[in-house]
Structures are given as structure tokens and as C-alpha cells.
Design a protein around this ligand. Structure first.
Ligand code: SAM
Length: 334
């Protein structure tokens, strides 16, 4: 698909064609299945100051938490007991979880739960950390590019650079992670042209999975007064991401579910998505994982309900990459 075609679809003039084509491409990759990934958001402490995010370092209005190793293990148990075979561990960029501690968590999970895939989403770390996590058994890593516009990226992420983010994604691939990335749709000063470039980046990089969602304001974030991304523009990006990557795993993210009207949640699923991520963070902590306001609480029953309404089939498989089927995890040689 050319940039011109992408821009035309993003303008919204051919939504019906776009969404049905995205579902057709998705169906060729994963059929009617919707895969579940249980997410545990284990710490809201963050060293970064992203302008859109409520977890940003300088937000003093947030009650912070760090779950202990045993609390994290306790949160993973119901993921496994519910039959889900992927757990996603996410946190702010928090170096108090040392290399050793993260390895310990991964090893404990792998030891205790047979055939579970571990996805990490811990932000930017030194390469040796990523290698050690992979050696400890981590299977996948999720690091959104957020936006491919370098100027916008710099403005929103003080002290960070788009180049570093891109380099990390390449490194993660080199050391044999299944790599996920994604963007935010509807950021202030983001143009349709920027979104087209994001989609072209997905086309070129061919991530194993893509998590994307709308920007939603958060009352303690720097962008607290900015309007959020809307449902259909986000859905267009999701559908195009599907079409250009064909068989990447693509969730309806919590942010997308949050802004979707009740009747739109299954529409989102049937516009190119094949993953839902129910939240297994203990309630006493999840209420403080305030990346944006009014965050939807995706429980397992709610996820099942969306799948049923979409007339799709729930899958509890661990569902490894359809692009780069993994080699055995454990000790990795580079
Ligand atoms: N620290 C890790 C990182 O940077 O990858 C993971 C945690 S971070 C909170 C997870 C994602 O939340 C980010 O990649 C960003 O896209 C998303 N996010 C944060 N604030 C948001 C907002 N206000 N609206 C939409 N998405 C947001």
C-alpha cells in the first residue's frame, strides 16, 4: 500500500472498505480466534516525563506503588489458572527493578507455570538487561514508538530520542525477542501525514505485534487540557496497521476500549484486531496505574463478552509470533 492510499484511507472516505478489508486480512492470518494476554501492571513509578502520561516522574499527585516479587507471582497465578498462556508484565521505566530482580521474576514464572509466554513492557533499559531477561526466559518485548515524527517525539518525551527507541527495537529483534511496537493516535500537533508515516514504519519493520490506541488526557499530565484521539481515526490506523503487517498480533487496547461506546467495542475487534488483554493487576494497585483518565477495567468476563458479541472465538493458546516463530527460550547464544 502506498503512502497516497494510506492518506486516502486515513481521511475516512472509504471506511467500510477499509474495515472489511482489514478483517479479511486478519481472518487469513488468525481466523476467528481472539487471543487473550493477561496483563499485570506491577509498578507505576517512572523515571520519564512523557507529556501525555499520568505516570510521569514530576506528577506528585499520584500514589506510587511497586509490587513485590511475591505480589507479582500472586497476580500471575490467576492468569494461569484462567487458562491464559501469555502474561504481560508492564511498568513505568523503573530501574529499582534491577536486572537481577526482573530475571528472578521471569525465572519464577517460567519455573512455576509450564508453557507460559512472558511479554515484558518495561520501557528503555541497557542492552545487557534485555539480553539477561531473554536468557532468563522472556519471550516478547513491547516498546511503542509512540510517534515516528522526530520533532513531535522530542517535544513529548523530554530527554529521550526517537533514534534510541528505534535502535532498541532493532536490538530486541537481533536478540530474538518477538517484538511489539505501536503508536498513539490523536496526539496534539500530530498530523494525518505523521500517522501515515507511522503506518509505513509498521510496514517496513514488520513487528510481531502492534499495540496502538488513542491519546486520552490525564488530569495530572502536561497535556491535561488537550482533546483526546477519537474512535474512528484510531480504528483507521488499526485497520491499516493490520493490512500492512498482515499477520502481526493486534489487540484492541485498553485505551481503545475506554473510548469506544458499548456498541463499538466488538466493531473495533472486527476491524482487524485479534487480541484482548484482560487486566490482572490487583485492584488496590490498578486504581493508581493512571496513565490516562477513566481507564476501562478489562476483566476476563468483559473480554469474553466482547468476543461473543463480535461472533468470534476465544483462544487460550500462547500464540507465538506468526512471523518469526520462536526458537526455544532459556539460555540464548548471541
Ligand atoms: N514505561 C513503558 C514504556 O515506556 O514503554 C511502559 C509503560 S507506558 C505507561 C505504556 C504505554 O502507555 C505507552 O507506550 C503509551 O503509549 C501509553 N500511554 C501513556 N499515557 C497515555 C495517554 N495519556 N493516552 C494514551 N496512551 C498513553
Amino acid at each position: 500500500m502506498t503512502k497516497r492510499e494510506i492518506l486516502e484511507y486515513l481521511s475516512g472516505v472509504r471506511d467500510e472498505d477499509l474495515f472489511s478489508e482489514a478483517r479479511r486480512v486478519q481472518k487469513a492470518a488468525s481466523g476467528d480466534k481472539v487471543f487473550l494476554r493477561g496483563i499485570v501492571e506491577f509498578s507505576n513509578n517512572c523515571a520519564r516525563n512523557c507529556a501525555y502520561c499520568g505516570l510521569r516522574r514530576d506528577n506528585t499527585g499520584l500514589e506510587r506503588y511497586d509490587m513485590t516479587v511475591s505480589e507479582i507471582m500472586g497476580a500471575v497465578r490467576p492468569v494461569y489458572e484462567d487458562g491464559i498462556r501469555t502474561v504481560v508484565l508492564q511498568s513505568g521505566d523503573n530501574s529499582s527493578y534491577t536486572r537481577k530482580k526482573i530475571c528472578e521474576i521471569i525465572e519464577n514464572i517460567k519455573k512455576q507455570y509450564k508453557n507460559i509466554a512472558v511479554t515484558l513492557s518495561l520501557g528503555e533499559r541497557p542492552l545487557d538487561d534485555y539480553k539477561a531477561f531473554r536468557d532468563a526466559g522472556a519471550d516478547r518485548y513491547l516498546l511503542r514508538i509512540e510517534t515516528t515524527n522526530p520533532r513531535l517525539y522530542k517535544k513529548l518525551h523530554p530527554g529521550q530520542s526517537l533514534k534510541r527507541r528505534m535502535d532498541i527495537l532493532k536490538d530486541l529483534r537481533k536478540i530474538k525477542y518477538q517484538v511489539g511496537t505501536g503508536n498513539i493516535v490523536g496526539l496534539p500537533h500530530q498530523s494525518i501525514e505523521d500517522l501515515a508515516e507511522d503506518i509505513l514504519f509498521f510496514k517496513k519493520f514488520q513487528p510481531d505485534m502492534i499495540g496502538l490506541g488513542p491519546f486520552i488526557a490525564q488530569k495530572d499530565a502536561l497535556l491535561k487540557n488537550e482533546p483526546g484521539g477519537a474512535f474512528y481515526p484510531t480504528l483507521r490506523v488499526l485497520a491499516l496497521a493490520r493490512i500492512v503487517t498482515k499477520n502481526a498480533f493486534l489487540p484492541i487496547t485498553t485505551a481503545l476500549v475506554t473510548i469506544a461506546a458499548e456498541k463499538q467495542k466488538h466493531v473495533a475487534l472486527n476491524s482487524g484486531a485479534d487480541v484482548i488483554m484482560p487486566d490482572y493487576t490487583p485492584r488496590k494497585y490498578s486504581k493508581n496505574y493512571k496513565i490516562y483518565d477513566n481507564k476501562s477495567d478489562i476483566t476476563l468476563p468483559k473480554a469474553i463478552n466482547i468476543v461473543k458479541t463480535a461472533k468470534r472465538v476465544l483462544s487460550l493458546e500462547r500464540a507465538d509470533s506468526l512471523k518469526n516463530p520462536p526458537k526455544q527460550t532459556g539460555t540464548i547464544r548471541y
